[in-house]
Write a new protein. Structure first.
Length: 128
């Protein structure tokens, strides 16, 4: 589980943060984030010896707010479709953050903008 989650097509890449930061943003303890990963609600990768997750997977106010953040709507289903298509976690993160002119933007941006139907359609088609 090692990756930089950045490819030439995806130079900016995701903003990978350690799981305790994700837990704080979600307003939960870090073991709950580990459970989300085991349940495949979200995915994480090892980077520089530390398990990290893209900060973009979480939306909402988060840390320092009265309301906790949430996992981006449609992300879990997209992860499932890509996993079923044989993608590794690293490949899924690369796919989510790879710019696609026809969306426009990246699949992750589209999910965050509540345009998940098209993202899921593309994820399903990428399995063929």
């Amino acid at each position: 589980m090692t990756t930089s989650a950045t490819t030439p097509e995806n130079a900016a890449g995701p903003h990978l943060v350690p799981l305790p930061d994700i837990a704080e943003q979600l307003g939960v303890i870090v073991t709950r984030v580990h459970q989300l990963i085991r349940d495949r609600t979200v995915i994480a990768v090892r980077s520089d010896g530390v398990v990290k997750m893209p900060a973009e997977f979480i939306t909402g106010p988060g840390a320092g707010s009265d309301r906790p953040g949430e996992v981006v709507k449609g992300l879990t289903g997209t992860i499932t479709l890509l996993t079923d298509a044989g993608y590794t976690d690293e490949e899924i993160i690369d796919w989510l953050f790879r710019p696609d002119e026809t969306l426009p933007g990246t699949p992750m941006q589209a999910l965050r903008d509540n345009r998940g139907t098209e993202v899921k359609r593309r994820a399903q088609a990428s399995g063929f």
